[in-house]
Design a protein around this ligand. Structure first.
Ligand SMILES: Nc1ncnc2c1ncn2[C@@H]1O[C@H](COP(=O)(O)OP(=O)(O)OP(=O)(O)O)[C@@H](O)[C@H]1O
Ligand SMILES: [Mg+2]
Ligand SMILES: [Zn+2]
Length: 509
């Protein structure tokens, strides 16, 4: 007997439908899987055999041939177990699947027949929905994330026997529901606040601008001036995510298998801060069964690299292309896949190895060549991709001893949200979401300057010896400052402020 059961596999963020075709015939006892299965998929044979027996069903002692179509695409992972096992059960007449044209099955099986969670259920379900499927049987542990998609009924299964009982009409599985609107409006509890950072008005302002326009930031300053403090608090002032952004971020975290239990949808921008020992591949992603790396896990949010010069050079170089493209491509044997990584890069460093250079109260013990070597770790091309570069001065005692009186993160976030809304509306048809993503052509269109503004910028270039690369950065940051100001036009004051965030160009860093 011959049967077909549908399931999904992933390449990058995109799913493709896989038809599990099973044929059972008389002949020598055998079980073959064809259609480019990887080693894990081939091992499904043993898991299928054991779980069928442990459910009290019969494993057919005949010739089983299974084809995973389309045969040209590689099938990876253990998510096919459930579909493969049901294929055998149906082809041997032990179950009858209803609505097969609109139903998919996902899940790994343990030998006792229990259904284990798999990675990437959300993108798989989205893809199934786009292909006209509206019923998904998924592992219990993945039901929450899957149920985020409206228009698909999610049947959570903990054990193979539940699927048998369902189709035998002994005990039907109830579709799992979550209230997506309630999720979307949930507020993150945060225990830190921008207000706790005393003084450092310019740095806080720079953080607000960076959050509004998604600009990359480099902070340099002596030890203990609040750089790490500021960066961590950036997560409390990031703009709200759109629903599309929530879905995309959740997909990536689902594929990485790091969606926390009880969190079906990521509704707040991620903040990732890998340690400086992180490898280039952990940053980029990859692996035998590919997973997104830190860069993609920070998609739509912040990637914070503290103590930037401590990172390995090859790690920092691996950042360049993804920062430029907003996506990361991983080459594999027969194909390459890519994951998005539109991130706000926030970085911090000391001005010298001992950390005291520039601190009026302490003595720097580094030699000029040590300082030079330390700073040269941050290459020009990397600096090129950083819109906002600021120096963080030592905190004055008067500032530290004052009670915190600055704006709270909530107040700042409201301003950031307003500025982001302006950008979303302006770039509705441009396929970008923030000023940092403006291309050269878009700069001409959206950042025209008046006569006074042009001449101010020209003078600043000559006087401060700014490099050519600073030009587009200043325009983008000015655009964001104007948006924060609610101004359609970029004014001289906006440009003047943006120029202040080019510390490292000015000094021939
Ligand atoms: N502006 C500030 N307002 C309030 N507290 C501050 C400020 N700057 C520093 N501190 C205090 O000093 C501690 C160290 O600050 P933080 O770790 O942010 O410094 P840093 O600039 O990252 O230093 P390093 O270069 O050594 O990493 C903070 O935990 C905080 O208690
Ligand atoms: Mg620090
Ligand atoms: Zn020093």
């Amino acid at each position: 007997m011959f049967t077909k059961i549908n399931t999904v596999s992933l390449t990058g963020l995109d799913g493709f439908m896989v038809e599990v075709q099973t044929d059972i015939s008389n002949g020598m006892i055998a079980f073959d899987i064809i259609g480019l299965p990887d080693a894990t998929v081939r091992e499904a044979r043993e898991r299928a055999k054991a779980s069928i027996k442990n459910c009290g069903c019969e494993y057919p002692r005949r010739r089983i041939t299974m084809n995973l179509a389309p045969a040209s695409l590689k099938k990876e992972g253990s998510g096919f177990d459930l579909a493969i096992t049901l294929g055998i059960l149906e082809a041997s007449g032990q179950i009858h699947i209803e609505d097969r044209e609109t139903t998919i099955f996902l899940g790994e099986l343990a030998l006792d027949g229990s259904v284990k969670s798999i990675r990437g259920v959300l993108p798989m379900v989205i893809s199934a929905y786009e292909h006209g499927f509206n019923k998904c049987f998924v592992p219990n542990a993945n039901a929450q994330e899957a149920a985020v998609i409206e228009g698909v009924d999610i049947y959570p299964v903990a054990h193979l026997s539940q699927v048998l009982d369902h189709f035998d009409n002994i005990n039907r599985i109830e579709p799992y529901k979550v209230d997506v609107n309630e999720l979307k409006t949930s507020v993150a509890a945060s225990f830190i606040d921008m207000r706790e950072v005393k003084g450092q008005e310019q740095a806080k302002r720079a953080m607000e601008i960076a959050a509004s326009g998604s600009h990359n930031v480099l902070m340099s300053g002596p030890a203990g001036t609040g750089k790490s403090m500021l960066a961590k608090r950036m997560s409390t002032i990031l703009p709200d995510m759109t629903f599309d952004e929530m879905l995309e971020v959740t997909k990536l975290h689902s594929i990485a298998g790091i969606l926390p239990a009880g969190v079906p949808l990521i509704t707040h921008r991620p903040f990732r801060s890998p340690h400086h020992t992180v490898s280039a591949s952990a940053l980029s992603g990859g692996g035998a069964i590919p997973r997104p790396g830190e860069l993609s896990l920070a998609h739509c949010g912040v990637l914070f690299l503290d103590e930037l010069p401590e990172f390995r050079r090859d790690t920092l170089e691996a950042l360049r292309q993804p920062l430029e493209d907003g996506k990361i491509t991983i080459s594999r044997v027969n194909a390459s896949i890519s994951y998005p990584c539109n991130i706000t890069l926030v970085t911090a460093m000391n001005p010298c190895p001992c950390g005291n250079f520039g601190n009026p109260k302490r003595v720097c013990t580094c030699s000029p060549s040590q300082i030079q070597k330390y700073r040269s770790k941050i290459s020009g091309p990397l600096l090129d991709r950083i819109d906002i570069q600021i120096e963080i001065p030592s905190v004055r005692y008067e500032d530290l001893s004052r009670i915190a009186d600055g704006d709270t993160s909530e107040v700042i976030r409201e301003r950031v949200n307003r500025a982001r809304q302006i950008q979303l509306a302006r770039y509705e048809n441009d396929n970008i979401t923030s000023n940092s993503q403006l291309t050269a052509a878009m700069l001409d269109k959206y950042c025209p300057l008046g006569e006074a503004e042009s001449s101010l910028l020209k003078k600043a270039f000559e006087r401060l010896g700014l490099s050519a690369r600073a030009h587009s950065k200043i325009l983008k940051v000015s655009r964001t400052i104007a948006d924060l100001d609610g101004s359609d036009d970029i004014k001289a004051a906006h440009i003047a402020e943006a120029i202040q965030y080019r510390n490292f160009d000015r000094k021939g860093y």
